[in-house]
Design a protein around this ligand. Structure first.
Ligand SMILES: O=P(O)(O)OC[C@H]1O[C@](O)(CO)[C@@H](O)[C@@H]1O
Length: 528
């Protein structure tokens, strides 16, 4: 295609949302009309599936759940009054709670005001809040947010140290939809311990965001935490940013959550249009399908040319990969579906891996996120007539063209600025694209059976650790690894036992390991 043909294709396929000022350009994805014709019946089904889902069907059959994240920004569409109340009540409560926290009416026991937020959660209970904080929080927000999203002791200590003397005026949000995720429970206990070791009470500073009746909820009730906000059963973790999970921390940071909801609602309306060419999420789903032959054969590289959107790719990584990465389709066939997602930001990544994108293995398509307004009030010209923003814009255009010339496809999403309404719209756009794509390839996007396997195995390793520790404590003998595994009741798990012992020994946990570290059969374990 020559430049004129490309310009024509650009005009033919460009989607523009007038209200939001958002453009979606799929013209540099090399699909043809044959594919559009082939997919038309699948899109008709996807549009129908969407309608069924939004009307309250059990769209997540394995878990027997409705899928209702679209109702969060349009409660009037909820299937009944009970569900509607599950949205409107917490929303009103968040508004009231945040207003009182900011005013100091709700305050910690030993300080005048809450000035910091510490959010403890993982996966969908962390990635959305982290993305939104990075994208939308002011330099000087009413409350400064910190995150603990892992069980790394050094990482936890670092966050606690960063908070320092502010711990007493820190509002701790413990966020877990299920209320049973070990990392979050452990994070909560770590934070509680940090409070207690400074002579502070944890409970008056603690807020639970979880499903009513969950383990976490019960702890919050029994221990009289400061507040509890419900998470709805019919909202999945990775689509929970516009529930209390994301709205509460955002509002505490002074981010306009009403605008986030408005933007998402506007985008939802646009993605309900039952016409491929005028539905931005359908266009993206078409582009994804084309790129990977409907089998995820190509990875999605997300390149926002705006620092504040740095965490968008990480947020999308869970949304896309946990939703689409499935072994079985809805009919039980083995399909190994998924689309791998990675990226950071442009132009920074041009000096990291874009070399491979341009010339290396062609196993990806790029998604550029372009922000039209530079976001600066004053004009500074780096060179006569040229600003940093012009350079950034040029770098984006240049990379898009350089990739295309070498047969590397890309999508470009252009937004006017990074503000709450647009961030809400971006979230909604990708949520719907995932829904459409899942429908095109006939998978359940709303469960995550694969994650359970790892969780179960981790639990059995910790169980084995307890047995190993007991054996070591109770024996006066020096044991080799095989004997230790046998005595712990798991003769086949010598490798796991070795790794447990190595970790305990490295941390001075009452275990001594002697012998040749390069010859594992010489290793001897004893109590120390
Ligand atoms: O909010 P929860 O229940 O703690 O779950 C956290 C995350 O863990 C997962 O269930 C995967 O293990 C995600 O889907 C979820 O976002």
């Amino acid at each position: 295609m020559d430049k004129q043909q490309l310009w024509q294709r650009y005009q033919d396929w460009l989607y523009y949302h007038e209200g939001l000022g958002v453009y979606v350009d799929v013209s540099r994805m090399r699909f043809d009309h044959g594919l559009v014709t082939q997919l038309t019946p699948k899109f008709e089904k996807a549009f129908a599936d969407m309608e069924t889902l939004e009307s309250g069907a059990i769209a997540n059959p394995d878990e027997g759940r409705m899928v209702g994240h679209y109702w969060l920004r349009a409660p009037e569409l909820a299937p009944n009054d009970d569900v509607r109340k599950e949205i409107t009540e917490p929303l009103a409560n968040i508004g009231e709670f945040v207003q009182k926290v900011h005013a100091g009416t709700i305050k910690p026991p030993t300080a005048d005001k809450f000035t910091h937020v510490l959010s403890v959660g993982i996966g969908g209970s962390a990635l959305g809040p982290q993305f939104v904080a990075e994208a939308l929080s002011d330099v000087d927000p009413p409350m400064v947010i910190h995150f603990i999203d892992n069980n790394d002791p050094a990482g936890i200590d670092r966050v606690i140290e960063q908070i320092g003397d502010h711990l007493k005026n820190t509002l701790v949000l413990i966020t877990s939809k299920s209320g049973g995720t070990p990392e979050t429970r452990n994070g909560m206990l770590e934070v509680k311990n940090a409070y207690e070791s400074k002579g502070l009470a944890f409970e008056p500073n603690a807020v639970a965001v979880t499903m009513p009746g969950s383990k976490m909820d019960k702890v919050a009730v029994d221990d009289k935490w400061l507040a509890r906000f419900p998470m709805q059963d019919w909202v999945g973790g990775r689509t929970s940013e516009l529930s209390a999970v994301g709205l509460l921390p955002a509002a505490l940071q002074g981010i306009n959550i009403d605008e986030m909801l408005v933007g998402a609602k506007e985008m939802d309306e646009a993605t309900r249009v039952k016409d491929l060419k005028t539905n931005p999420a359908a266009l993206l789903a078409l582009a994804w399908y084309h790129s990977g032959n409907g089998k995820g054969e190509k990875d999605m590289v997300v390149l926002p040319y705006k620092d504040s959107l740095l965490l968008f790719s990480r947020y999308l990584q869970q949304l896309v990969m946990e939703s689409l990465g499935k072994e079985k389709d809805l009919d039980g066939n083995t399909v190994y579906q998924g689309i791998a997602v990675y990226g950071n930001k442009g132009s920074t990544d041009q000096h990291a891996y874009v070399q491979q994108l341009r010339e290396g293995v062609p196993n990806f398509f790029a998604t550029f996120i372009e922000v039209l307004e530079d976001g600066r009030d004053t004009l500074f010209e780096i060179e006569p007539g040229v600003t940093s923003g012009d350079f950034l814009s040029g770098f984006l255009q240049g990379t898009r063209q350089a990739l295309f010339e070498n047969n590397r496809d890309s999508i470009t999403i252009t937004i006017p600025q990074v503000n709450p309404r647009i961030v809400g719209a971006l979230i909604a756009l990708y949520e719907r694209t995932v829904s459409f794509y899942a429908s095109l390839v006939n998978i359940n996007a709303y469960h995550q059976p694969g994650v359970e396997a790892g969780k179960k195995m981790a639990a059995s390793i910790l169980d084995l650790q307890t047995k190993v520790q007991t054996v070591i404590k109770e024996t006066s003998e020096v044991l080799d690894m095989a004997t230790l595994a046998e005595k712990a009741g798991s003769p086949d798990e010598v490798e796991s036992v070795y790794k447990i012992v190595r970790h305990l020994a490295a941390n001075g946990r009452g275990v001594s390991l002697e012998g040749e570290l390069t010859d594992l059969k010489t290793l001897k374990v004893s109590a120390s």
